[in-house]
Write a protein that binds this ligand. Structure first.
Ligand code: ADP
Ligand code: MG
Ligand code: ZN
Length: 473
């Protein structure tokens, strides 16, 4: 029996305004080579300087991952040549990273797993190569942008574990506000290391899979790689330590290069930068920005607030929805379940239809509470509440104002509803005949008629009851 070991190296682009060691903007998508300067291109004589925002975000991540934080972290040069890096070295951290020896908890199919974190270190990204035909072009806008690398211990076992880790990790960095977590655009990248060995024999010879731009691909590539390594060992051959590329079109990994060893990089201390020593004010700023881990939040929503699993999952997926949800509960002692259901139901649905983000819309905690209140007190019917939400998205108005302006109040006048019921029955003798012959389904047609007369403002339940009564059902 074989067992498998998986360790991930995750790179995240920090959402800093400027690059890691110079003042260039780290904005994405500008014309090639417009966000560059002598520092990020490594001209002779320039001096890099650590970006405080990047340092703060790095310590925030290390802290939320329960790492031991470095009181004095150094930068090192990782030396290698590649045309996307004009300096011939990358500023990174090797000997004294921002954080070490942490852990991150994940859930895989309902089971709780703890994954140890080896270290968290800050480095700079390289430029980008654009290959077209026989020509290769270099765009250095990305060169020097802040990249945080998080290295796990080989504690993950299956492709599913790794997928769950990435999804949970991505939620975490989004809640923390340090990375947008977009894997397709490369803001979050993952290299997956995997080995197998006979049970009880410890780690095997690993391969590293690159080019994984979705959590699903990470799982598929690892599942493929574990199977491939098993075939190799079963044949009595040896796994070669190498870097392999995931080929998403053919669902296979293919050998790329045998892995360099750390000493090939000739890491040495960056002589142009002093160590970074966080002081009390810096650490206070880090503490101030700590957030509840999404997984803990989900557990709290389930256990304390009794939300459904779907609602809890939906909210935790997006910190903006969590914030609105919690702000609504803090304002008023609303029923959490109700507020959550509106959020993940019609609010989300209408935002999607209007293609407007929550922040761009005029939905607020107060308005959400007001809407829930109007529905619960019977003043507004669910169907109409949907329309109110649709209007608030673009209109800076309170629900009660919209209800009044649009005349959306539920019609509670019984005699008025009785009139509509009579109208529906008198106007549709054929339907009445069918119903009385036992075709109960036709009743909903008559309910629809009443709703039409009332312009959606009669309670369909009430209309049904009244129709049944009038038809002697
Ligand atoms: P390298 O020097 O090749 O980059 P590291 O020791 O830095 O290797 O580890 C890189 C990643 O590979 C880490 O996430 C680590 O947990 C994982 N890893 C290391 N050795 C193994 C192994 N034998 N099997 C599976 N994963 C491993
Ligand atoms: Mg490594
Ligand atoms: Zn620059």
């Amino acid at each position: 029996m074989y067992q498998s070991f998986i360790g991930l190296e995750i790179h995240i682009h920090l959402l800093t305004k400027t690059k890691a060691f110079c003042g260039c903007t780290s904005e994405f998508g500008a014309p090639p080579n417009t966000h560059i300067c002598p520092v990020c291109l490594g001209y002779p004589g320039v001096l890099p300087a650590a970006n405080e925002e990047a340092m703060r975000m790095s310590y925030m991540v290390a802290k939320i991952l329960h790492c031991t934080l470095s009181p004095k972290c150094y930068f090192d040069r990782k030396n290698y040549f590649y045309p996307d890096m004009t300096k011939n070295y990358q500023i990174s951290q090797f000997h004294d990273p921002v954080g070490r020896d942490g852990y991150f908890d994940i859930e895989v199919e309902g089971e709780h797993k703890r994954v140890r974190i080896h270290d968290v270190h800050l480095e700079e990204d390289a430029g980008k190569m654009i290959h077209s035909g026989k020509t290769s072009l270099c765009d250095y806008n990305r060169a020097g942008t802040s990249l945080l690398e998080i290295v796990t211990e080989p504690d993950l076992v299956t492709g599913k574990d790794a997928e769950a880790f990435i999804r949970e990790f991505r939620r975490m960095v989004r809640h923390l506000g340090v990375c947008d977590g977009n894997m397709e655009e490369g803001s979050l990248r993952c290299d997956a290391n995997v080995s197998i060995n006979l049970q009880g024999q410890g780690l095997g010879t690993k391969t590293e899979v690159k080019n994984l731009n979705s959590a699903r691909f990470v799982r598929k590539a690892l599942e493929y790689e574990i199977k491939r390594q098993k075939r190799v060992l079963t044949k009595g051959e040896k796994v070669i330590q190498e870097t392999r590329l995931w080929d998403g079109d053919n669902n296979v990994t293919a050998g790329m290069r045998t892995k360099e060893k750390a000493h090939d990089y000739r890491y040495f201390p960056e002589p142009d930068m002093p160590p970074f020593c966080p002081d009390d004010a810096f650490m206070a700023a880090v503490d101030e920005r700590m957030v509840e881990l999404p997984l803990a939040k989900k557990q709290r929503y389930l256990n304390d607030l009794k939300l459904s699993l779907d609602a809890a999952e939906f909210l935790v997926e997006d910190s903006k929805f969590c914030d609105l949800f919690e702000a609504a509960l803090a304002l008023e002692s609303s029923e959490p379940k109700l507020v959550a259901n509106w959020l993940c139901g019609d609010v989300q649905g209408q935002l999607k239809r209007a293609d407007v983000s929550l922040e761009e819309s005029h939905i607020s905690a107060g308005r959400l509470n007001e809407l829930v209140g109007l529905v619960e007190s019977g003043k507004l019917l669910r169907g109409k509440a949907k329309e109110v939400i649709e209007l608030i998205i673009n209109d800076d108005k309170d629900p009660a104002v919209i209800v009044k302006e649009q005349g959306f109040e539920q019609v509670l006048d019984e005699s008025q509803i009785d009139d509509w019921v009579k109208q529906a029955i008198d106007g549709n003798p054929q339907a009445v005949e069918q119903i009385q012959a036992g075709n109960k389904k036709t009743l909903s047609f008559l309910v629809g008629q009443v709703m039409r007369f009332s312009k959606g403002k009669a309670d369909p339940k009430k209309a049904t009851e009244k129709l049944e009564q009038a038809l002697g059902l």
